[in-house]
Design a protein. Structure first.
Lengths: 200, 308
């Protein structure tokens, strides 16, 4: 019980606890706890999990509720098919960004291109489900990045942004990650092998 | 004073002389859509709606603006004000001034003054047993705004924004010739919150047919997925005088409590006239529906509103 993944959503306004739950399911988590501190978040997270076919168990103590979310038989739900959501619908597209610029050749040009790529991507419907950042790509999501605002915007729109932990360590940027979450190669490999992947 | 703060009505009404009453109202809020021009339109339509809900005609409007000067481009403010000005013009009213304060988050709305015939003021208080209830806009704006913040239901949220920007002028005009007993507009307290105000002010009980409620696209799906704003739960907690039939799905219950921005008008009027008004509204392209009826006078220990 104690080593279950815990999503601490206390203090987060709606719909953020639901988004966190959605992302955990999309990552393939199948037995985790969402901790919330208000009625709206408790009911909304429960509703969402039920709508995705998950088992839900709620323990409430005072204002704090622990919502245990489990998927059937420990298998990940077939997420892209479930809600007719804008994000991820129609292809389940993922992007793997391997450097902090776009394309080979001039670095200066590449920095401009990565910016215009992200601006154009924001306008695309449906949005991709995930941006995966490895090697120099992690710098895009760290302090000082010229495209941070665009990644933050994509994240707010529900696009999951995952930065390779090993890479952040290598560049000494673990404390500097400003958007998205840290992930490992196992998760990345899982994500690379399901759905459509575009490598840049 | 004809209508004051006591009866939770949409606007204050002050008698000027035998044939003219002054209607005054004010409302402003933070952006509910990203597009500043559209936000300006919605905020203005929402403010103007209170005058229509009293049976009046907007005369003058003043801008109320809070804006993070220097943090957001000035064009954002200009677009908000342009959206508002366009709606004021569409309403046939005149912008006479306004006031801006510096604030960390943009806010916009109007103070509106209107005129009405004092003998034909629509308040919350006149609903009579036997009346039919007509709603003139689809429900679900709060739920879809929440879904949009989660990156879901973007097309439906755009449809919601268009609905919020529509003035209640045409709906009010269509009802001018009808014997309207009570009228309100559906805003932050949700459908049931505003129905409660009508029921309490009129001393009647209501029955709502949940299957007849006009809904914005995907609102029910978004509610099922937990995109229910905190305000809806607050409304539910406050409204204890409501009973649901067991068969009413949870998503529809949530929609009944969902806070609306610039929602439709709710008319209470006798049956034959209600049918005529409904046809007139629908002929104007308004998404209106008969959603229930006034069942009787309020008695002790009886639920005020029954939703089946």
């Amino acid at each position: 019980m104690s080593d279950k993944l815990i999503l601490d959503c206390r203090g987060l306004p709606c719909p953020q606890p639901v988004i966190a739950t959605k992302k955990a399911l999309e990552r393939g988590e199948h037995d985790f706890v969402v901790v919330v501190d208000n009625t709206a978040a408790r009911e909304n997270v429960s509703k969402f999990a039920v709508s995705q076919g998950c088992g839900v168990q709620v323990e409430t103590e005072g204002m704090i509720s622990r919502i245990v979310v489990t998927t059937a038989a420990g298998s990940a739900p077939e997420f892209p098919a479930a809600p007719p959501a804008t994000v991820g619908a129609g292809g389940n597209l993922r992007y793997l960004l391997t450097q902090e610029t776009l394309g080979h050749g001039s670095g200066e040009l590449g920095a401009v291109l990565v910016k215009s790529f992200l601006v154009a991507l924001k306008e695309k419907t449906p949005l991709p489900t995930t941006l995966m950042l490895i090697n120099g790509g992690v710098k895009l999501a760290c302090t000082g990045s010229a495209v941070l605002e665009h990644l933050l915007e994509l994240s707010r729109q529900g696009v999951e942004i995952l930065a390779c932990g090993t890479c952040l360590d290598y560049y000494g940027l673990k404390e500097e990650l400003k958007v998205g979450s840290v992930t490992n190669m196992y998760t990345l490999v899982d994500l690379m092998t399901e759905g459509k992947l575009v490598t840049l | 004073m004809l209508v004051g703060p006591e009866t939770s009505d949409d606007a204050g009404v002050f008698l000027l002389n035998e044939t003219t009453a002054l209607i005054q109202t004010v409302d402003f809020f933070t952006p509910i859509v990203d597009d500043p021009y559209l936000f300006g339109q919605i905020a203005a339509a929402n403010s103007l709606s209170d005058v229509y809900a009293m049976g009046g005609q907007p005369l003058t409007a003043m801008n109320l603006v809070a804006f993070p000067i220097g943090c957001l481009p000035d064009t954002v403010l200009a677009d908000i004000l342009r959206g508002g000005a366009d709606k004021i013009r569409e309403a046939g009213a005149v912008l006479v001034g306004g006031h801006t304060v510096e604030d960390s988050e943009p806010k916009y709305g109007l103070s509106v003054t209107g005129l009405a015939d004092p003998r034909r003021i629509w308040t919350n208080a006149g609903a009579l047993p036997g009346d039919q209830l007509i709603l003139t806009k689809p429900l679900g704006t709060g739920i879809l705004a929440t879904a949009a913040r989660a990156g879901l239901c973007r097309e439906a949220a755009a449809a919601a924004a268009q609905s919020m920007a529509v003035l209640n002028a045409a709906a009010a005009q269509a009802a001018k010739d009808q014997p309207v007993h009570a009228c309100t507009d559906i805003t932050g307290f949700g459908l049931l919150g505003h129905l409660h105000e009508v029921a309490a002010a009129s001393g009647v009980t209501l029955e709502i047919d949940s299957a007849a409620l006009p809904l914005l696209p995907e609102a029910a799906m978004a509610a099922t997925m937990g995109m229910v704003p905190a305000g809806a739960y607050a409304n539910r907690n406050y409204l204890t005088m409501i009973r649901f039939a067991e068969s009413v799905p949870e998503a529809l219950r949530d929609i009944c409590f969902d806070p609306q921005t610039s929602g439709g008008l709710l008319f209470s009027l006798p049956e034959p006239a209600a049918v005529v008004l409904l046809a007139a509204l629908q002929a104007l392209g308004i998404t209106a529906a008969l959603i229930g009826r006034v069942t009787g006078p309020q008695k002790e220990e009886e639920c005020e509103i029954y939703v089946r």
